[in-house]
Design a binder for this molecule. Structure first.
Ligand code: SF4
Ligand code: SF4
Length: 381
């Protein structure tokens, strides 16, 4: 059988670039608890929405301006260009404990890997997907923030051992962490597989993992006391600092990128990313790349029937049966989908990428997980 290897060893082409600020932000507020309303005037860093989960980070305005519209999906801010910003929070001097965790969460940090005590802390330093180089860029250029982030994470978790998982052969380090080189091939950048590679155990207890992008954000919050309002994205081979909520249309215009009719724009990466539904869609904190694919290069996914070829089963690193799970998800038989391993799926996207029938397997899986979450009927976190 032909095995295709997907290299994650993408060296950054140059330094991180800044985008010209947009005139409008479209901030995704879907499934968040809105904390502002139409007509409100926001300073840079003002709270926009809270996360409903006990650990999710809050969402803030990346630029100041006036809220012009709010709907189920997004909140539109007409940017004023003003320099007014929120007051910093002195998180650096807080003792470890619930006050610090709460403050970090309010400043936009997802604190799920930072609560409690861990014996092993793993920093995932691999680029998340082929074609994306933000992790290697931040490992190379984000020294101060990464050190501050690691200090904060170690303060909260008191791990006995801290490991930086980096691409094999890369001479990178963060003071306080031992560097372990691992194969820079997709899907080995997925957290569960990184942990297995460095600890030699599957899902070991008392082990936490945080990726380099989140560690950088944590360090920046620790250093500045200001909320997370930007993301780093690989676009057309370069890495950009992008305000959260920047519309895709603005990125295309600012970088003079051409889109032909029929092209698909994906936010995230080629395996796990999601295609946009509108050029006005704003980027989210977790978007680490933007890709334009032509319909000639990759055939469209379709609701075709499964041919039972078994290719998705061979590709699946979670060792579940994607063809069965996705069929149950398609027909909203979620209990059966769970029984066949829905919750063990890492959402790597390899099954969908390799499906000969071009079935949207990952989308069905995400649909099932979202429906189960919404109904509060999941049997496993
Ligand atoms: S996305 Fe598909 S291939 Fe990847 S872990 Fe889930 S079921 Fe397996
Ligand atoms: S790769 Fe596609 S067609 Fe083949 S078994 Fe999996 S879902 Fe079915």
């Amino acid at each position: 059988m032909l095995k295709i290897h997907y290299s994650l060893d993408q060296k950054p082409a140059d330094s991180i670039r800044d985008l010209e600020p947009p005139k409008v932000l479209n901030i995704s507020v879907r499934n968040l608890v809105l904390k502002t309303k139409k007509g409100s005037v926001l300073a840079k860093g003002d709270l926009v929405a809270e996360h409903p989960s006990p650990c999710g980070g809050a969402c803030h305005a990346a630029l100041g301006g006036k809220v012009k519209a709010v709907n189920y999906h997004s909140l539109t801010v007409e940017c004023s260009g003003g320099a007014e910003t929120v007051e910093p929070v002195d998180v650096a001097s807080m003792g470890k404990g619930s006050e610090l965790i709460r403050a970090l969460q309010e400043l936009g940090v997802d604190v799920s890997p930072l609560s409690g005590r861990a014996e092993v802390l793993v920093i995932n330093g691999l680029n998340p997907e082929p074609g994306v180089s933000v992790a290697q860029q931040l490992l190379r250029d984000g020294g101060e923030e990464l050190r501050a982030g690691l200090d904060m994470a170690r303060k909260l978790l008191s791990p006995d051992r801290t490991i930086l998982a980096a691409p094999k052969g890369e001479a990178v380090s963060i003071p306080g962490a031992e560097t372990v080189g691992i194969r820079a091939k997709y899907p080995y950048s997925l957290d569960a597989l990184v942990v297995r590679a460095v600890t030699r155990k599957e899902f070991p207890e008392h082990t936490r993992v945080i990726n380099v992008m989140d560690l950088f954000d944590l360090g920046k919050v620790a250093l500045t006391g200001l909320p997370v309002t930007e993301t780093f994205m690989t676009i057309d081979g370069h890495n950009y600092r992008v305000p959260v909520g920047t519309p895709v249309r603005h990125i295309l215009e600012a970088l003079e990128l051409n889109v032909e009719p029929g092209d698909t724009i994906v936010l995230g990466g080629p395996f796990r990313g999601e295609s946009i539904y509108s050029l006005d869609q704003g980027v989210k904190k977790e978007d680490y790349g933007m890709f334009i694919t032509s319909s000639d290069a990759i055939p469209e996914v379709q609701d075709a029937a499964c041919m039972n070829c078994g290719e998705c089963v061979l590709q699946c690193p979670a060792r579940v049966q994607p063809h069965l799970i996705s069929r149950y998800a398609e027909y909203e038989r979620f209990e059966e989908a769970e029984r066949y391993g829905l919750n063990s799926c890492f959402e790597c996207g390899l099954c969908a990428f390799n499906c000969f029938a071009r079935r949207p397997l990952l989308q069905y899986i995400r649909f099932a997980k979202a429906q189960i979450r919404a109904k509060g009927q999941g049997t496993k976190a």
